[in-house]
Structure formats: structure tokens, C-alpha cells
Design a protein around this ligand. Structure first.
Ligand SMILES: Nc1ncnc2c1ncn2[C@@H]1O[C@H](COP(=O)(O)OP(=O)(O)O)[C@@H](O)[C@H]1O
Ligand SMILES: [Mg+2]
Length: 254
């Protein structure tokens, strides 16, 4: 069974229909990208999966369990992490401390200090290992708010990893980065999502074609195609949705 299933999902805000009859299967272990023009409903789709908004109708099933009525923290606890905005960082804590907080979360907030203290050294070691993994070891004690933009996005990815999530949702992870930073971020995302499942929204077609095993195209609130990068690039309907312009790998980075 697929790790994540969207079954005939509809979402409207008042009279605005944003998603219509969206059905998607995300398989365990795949890297799946959602692409589509601005306003297509990509972020809304993430909002539904992560529990930020409720679907107007349809079902969302994660690991065999319907999650479409669960609040975000319960969905997160089931093993789904969404990383999408800098505001998930604590700017006045160091990179190391941010990761330590994120590592505590899956163990629950209810731990008493007496039970927590013996674990502190293990926690520190985990946070340091994560810093190493995401390439921020040299920035360990820098306040998150003082990190560069690209470093903050990298740290966010670290937070998602710290949660131990099986499914990671990334909304435009290379947006706002220059080409070199984007390339580093893509390589990092590829490396750290090995053995996990990635659901990605991204405008940068270079990043999408480099990262994704499969791509779904959202246009006008509907999934108009799902397939391998090669299939998607060759799909006339998709080319039309993009007016034939953005489907090459060497699209200049914004
Ligand atoms: N909370 C909201 N209330 C009303 N309309 C919304 C809300 N969130 C998104 N929308 C609308 O839904 C459409 C899709 O938005 P979004 O999912 O952000 O698109 P994308 O991420 O593909 O650019 C847009 O027309 C947007 O204005
Ligand atoms: Mg968006």
C-alpha cells in the first residue's frame, strides 16, 4: 500500500475552488515532486496533508490511517514532517540548540527532568551528528537568526530530520537561493532523504528533475499528469500548462 494516499480530495475556500478531485499515491521510499503554475494549489495540498487545513471532501491516508481529521501535531507524531518556513526556527537559539529542541519533540513534552538528564549527553551527540550530516558543524554555536538564508533553510531540513519522520514535505526548498547554494541544497536533500519518502513542491525545474523519481503536475486545482521526469517532460498537456517554457532542465534560477 502507498505510504500516503490522497483520495478524491476537494478543497474550497468559500466560493474559491482550489483543489478538485485530487487523487495521488506517494509510494514509500520515492521522491515525488508536485509542480504546477503559481496558484495551482500546491501549498494548499501541503496544508491539507500536514493538517493545517481540512479538506472540504475526500480522504488523506498516511500509513493506512485516515489523517484528514487529525490536528497537525498528531499527524507529525505519526511520522510526517513539513519544513517550509524559516519561522519554524528559534532565532535566538544556536543551530545546535535548535536541533536539540527538535530531537526532544518526538520523545514527548511530558518528560520529567530526572528522566531527561541521563539522556542529555545522547541528545547532544545526536544534535552534533545531525549538524555534521547537514554540513553545519562549523556553525554549531551561531544563533539561528544570524545564519545566512541558505543556512537557515538547511537547518530547517535538519529539524525535519531530527523529528525522525518517515515522510518529509518540502515546500520550495531552494527558493531564494543562488545557483551554487541551490545545487548544494539539492545534493544535501538527495543525501539526507535516502531511505525516506520525500514529497516536494518546487519551482526550480532543474531541482525537480534532479531530485524526483516521479512528478505530479497540478494545474487549475487538478492533477493533470503523474509520471517519471522523462514522461512528464514529454507530456503535451504538461507542456501546454507551462506554455512550453519551463520544461527544460536549464531554466534559469530565479
Ligand atoms: N487560506 C486561504 N483562503 C483563501 N484562499 C486561499 C487560501 N490559501 C490559498 N488560497 C488560494 O488558493 C489558490 C492556490 O494557492 P496555493 O495553494 O498557495 O498555490 P501554489 O502553492 O500552487 O502557488 C490561490 O488562488 C490562493 O489565493
Ligand atoms: Mg505555494
Amino acid at each position: 500500500m502507498s505510504l500516503l494516499q490522497l483520495q478524491a480530495v476537494h478543497k474550497h475556500f468559500g466560493a474559491t475552488r482550489v483543489l478538485e478531485d485530487v487523487s495521488l499515491n506517494i509510494e514509500a521510499g520515492e521522491r515525488h515532486a508536485i509542480i504546477g503554475p503559481n496558484g495551482a494549489g500546491k501549498s494548499t495540498l501541503f496544508d491539507l496533508v500536514s493538517g493545517r487545513h481540512r479538506a472540504s471532501s475526500g480522504h488523506i491516508v498516511f500509513r493506512g490511517r485516515a489523517i484528514d481529521t487529525l490536528p497537525p501535531h498528531e499527524i507529525a507524531r505519526l511520522g510526517l514532517a513539513r519544513s517550509f518556513q524559516i519561522s519554524s526556527l528559534f532565532p535566538r537559539l544556536s543551530a545546535f540548540e535548535n536541533l536539540r529542541c527538535a530531537l526532544l519533540r518526538p520523545q514527548g513534552f511530558g518528560l520529567s527532568m530526572t528522566r531527561l538528564l541521563p539522556r542529555a549527553s545522547r541528545l547532544n551527540a545526536c544534535a552534533d551528528a545531525l549538524l555534521e550530516e547537514i554540513g553545519l558543524a562549523a556553525r554549531r554555536d551561531v544563533l539561528a537568526g544570524a545564519l545566512s538564508y541558505a543556512e537557515q533553510r538547511t537547518l530547517e531540513l535538519g529539524l525535519a530530520l531530527a523529528s525522525g519522520a518517515e515522510l518529509i514535505l518540502l515546500d520550495e526548498p531552494v527558493a531564494g537561493m543562488n545557483r551554487r547554494e541551490a545545487e548544494q541544497a539539492i545534493a544535501l536533500i538527495r543525501r539526507v532523504t535516502q531511505g525516506k519518502t520525500l514529497l516536494l513542491v518546487e519551482h526550480d525545474m532543474g531541482a525537480v528533475f534532479e531530485l524526483a523519481d516521479r512528478i505530479s503536475v497540478l494545474a487549475g486545482g487538478r492533477v493533470i499528469a503523474t509520471g517519471t521526469p522523462t514522461q512528464i517532460r514529454a507530456n503535451p498537456q504538461v507542456q501546454q500548462a507551462y506554455l512550453g517554457s519551463a520544461m527544460t532542465e536549464d531554466t534559469p534560477h530565479a
